[in-house]
Write a protein that binds this ligand. Structure first.
Ligand code: URA
Length: 210
């Protein structure tokens, strides 16, 4: 059984998502909105980080209080649109490391070809959150997570802005241990594998390449 996905219903996320979807939103605002929504999702995705007690001195008293303990994080954006989510997560977790992974499907064999992969050396000892704004067919996410698991990573989460039901199901079937975080579960994929209603091509809108 796959882990139940987290689908955000927070008013701030829904409001920002509306602005993000709007075709009249330009690249600068689009990038800012992606960063803000990612930050709000990251707040949820890090909810289970363990704490430990420490003693500190405020200007008034010595007190026991909590800091995040142990578990180290790495974020892995899937090239290229995943890059748009890095700013948001790094603002919340500045000590995290960032790996990058780029894949495409060989049109002849339909097998994933990894054209770029640079991950932290100690990735196997980290909790990894994979980033890609659009979970459409699920192909890239499934392949990226398979590659990351092959490097010994045990604890993986996947964070996107919009998921299609088809991609959500495919990712859950392939990697039932991976919890999925998204701001919206949309309606369906069209014949070109774009998410409907979606927001168009996330990479093009982030980088202004249309
Ligand atoms: N990738 C995108 O950028 N948009 C979609 O709708 C689907 C995949």
């Amino acid at each position: 059984m796959a882990i139940t996905p987290f689908i955000a219903d927070h008013p701030l996320i829904q409001h920002k998502l509306t602005l993000l979807r709007d075709k009249n939103t330009g690249s600068k605002e689009f990038r800012e909105l992606i960063a803000e929504i990612t930050m709000l999702l990251c707040y949820e995705a890090t909810r289970d980080l363990p704490l430990k007690e420490v003693e500190i001195e405020t200007p008034m008293a010595v007190t026991k209080t909590q800091v995040i303990s142990g578990r180290k994080l790495a974020f892995v954006p899937i090239l290229r649109a995943g890059l748009g989510m890095v700013d948001g997560v790094m603002q919340l977790v500045p000590a995290a490391k960032v790996g990058h992974i780029g894949l495409y499907r060989d049109p002849e064999t339909a097998l994933p070809v990894e054209y770029y992969c640079k991950l932290p050396n100690d990735i196997a000892n980290r909790e990894v959150i994979v980033l890609d704004p659009m979970l459409a067919t699920g192909g890239s996410a499934i392949d990226a997570i398979t590659q990351i698991k092959a490097r010994g990573v045990k604890n993986i989460k996947f964070m996107c802005i919009i998921a299609a039901p088809e991609g959500l199901r495919a990712l859950q079937d392939a990697h039932p241990d991976v919890k999925i975080y998204c701001a919206s579960l949309d309606d369906h994929l069209d014949e070109h594998k774009y998410i409907i209603p979606g927001l168009g091509d996330a990479g093009d809108r982030i980088f202004g390449t249309k």
